[in-house]
Design a binder for this molecule. Sequence first.
Ligand code: CP3
Length: 334
Amino acid sequence: MRTLIQDCINNKSSKTPIWLMRQAGRYLPEFRSIRKENQDFIKLCLNTKLASEITIQPITRFDFDAAIIFSDILLVPFALGQQVNFKKDFGPDLQKIDIEKLNNTKKEDFLKKLNPVYEIIRETKKKISEKNKDTIGFVGAPWTLLLYMLNRKSPKEGNFNVFPKNRDIDNILIKLDNFLKIHIEAQIENGASIIQIFDSWAGLVPEKDLDYFVYKPIKSLVDFIKKKRSISICFPRNIDNYKKFVENVNPDIINIDYNVDPSTIRDTIDIPVQGGFDPKILLQNKDIVRDEVTKYLKTFDQKRYIFNLGHGVLPDTNPDMVKYLVDIVRSFNG
Ligand code: CP3
């Protein structure tokens, strides 16, 4: 049976599906209580029982139309031999890249390290099997992963320069292409019905380098997902020109950020659109939330649109507001 998201992108339903990036996360007290007892974030991502439970938490509460696996894009550098820590109030902290280790990583060892992720997908599928919902797997795009692997932390103003295009960078991008496909394939084989590609730092790439760092590497993954008969969603966050991205990459669904004008997107892009709603609005009062959500939905009325945010749910968001949001989206459809 087709899911609501699949009906939406095939123009078979006028109902707007809804799920949220970071729907399983720190704004939920039931997540925080597990997190408190599990200080090592990577270990938590690889704990089949807890990670599948966390994946289901927002489904139980809000009945979202899709479950995104509780995991992280930085598990790939981790499985390629680069140590990753998550420091409180700092974010990811990566050990210096070891090219030897990267070059010598074997497919079997990579899959063994990430095997819990595939078990989490199977567990999640089992838990929602009666609900006819999508299970969303994901990867970081090569550019964003390259950036974390070399910059070793989130890029903040002043601490980051775009890398030169040279043989070393070429080599890392080729390895990433290879292992991301292995990771994508295993997620699909274990039950992910959609793969979202997060290029969170696409907005940092200068126009002249977009082809090399963004379009080409992502298109390679999107073509692979198509070959596997799965659905691709791309989120090249803060990119200047989403239309050009879509023309170059041709994903099934494009996720937009909250800095772009949604009506321009609607008028210039023909493929299904996801997201865009500013997560900060959910910190406002209910009247504002109702007005803004309704305005957003009206912009995409009659279009193939999946409600989501322009970035993840903020930790300070009140879960009651998320419930309110879901009610508005569902009642907008009658
Ligand atoms: O969306 C979901 O609910 C699924 C889970 C998910 C997480 N990370 C869990 C997480 C997903 C899809 C991601 C993707 C991810 N991870 C991205 C791309 C999306 C984006 O946010 O731009 C990036 C860049 C990362 C890397 C990462 N992981 C960062 C920069 C951080 C620290 C910043 C932060 O928000 O704390 C993380 C940690 C992380 N990943 C948390 C969660 C729930 C918070 C961990 C905690 O409890 O401290």
